[in-house]
Design a protein around this ligand. Sequence first.
Ligand SMILES: Cc1cc2nc3c(=O)[nH]c(=O)nc-3n(C[C@H](O)[C@H](O)[C@H](O)COP(=O)(O)O)c2cc1C
Length: 160
Amino acid sequence: MKRILILYASSTGNTEEIASLLDKSIDRETFEVVLKNLEMEEVDATQLTQYDGILFGTYTYDDGDLPFETDIFCDNLAAVDLSGKVVGLFGSGDTAYSLFCQAVDTMKTVFAHAHAEVLETSVKIDLDPYEPEDFAAIQKLSREIQHALSVAAAVEENGP
Ligand SMILES: Cc1cc2nc3c(=O)[nH]c(=O)nc-3n(C[C@H](O)[C@H](O)[C@H](O)COP(=O)(O)O)c2cc1C
């Protein structure tokens, strides 16, 4: 069974809510899912190699920055090879800021440098998920990672 880690940083709960919706949307008959809050649990980036897919969520802080919870994790990630892992990004921000959800884009680059297969579409939600398009975007990301991992499983089983 393929394993998906949903890992997130959230200070006021908005990114956590997206993480929870992603968690609920994944088919448990096909995937094992682990949900972790970066602030609550020490997550060493080397642990990511235990998973086939990673959904990483973060809010954006001061002028488009990553929040403090991601500091150590990102430092460690620089030395990890995530070749063959599928990664999707999500996060909450506030459209009142000019660099809306910039931390999501920063993490996309960080995971690409670690050689992960990063899904093109990232989910960026204005504050908490509320609008129908927010829920649609979350479902789309969920479908995309499940599809990519199912394709990988089929290739492993049957060859390319
Ligand atoms: C001091 C401060 C700076 C922020 N800077 C940004 C920013 O540059 N870009 C952005 O999109 N949102 C910014 N935000 C908004 C948060 O990302 C937003 O409130 C988000 O929903 C918080 O997510 P969380 O509930 O998961 O912590 C900032 C918020 C605070 C308090």
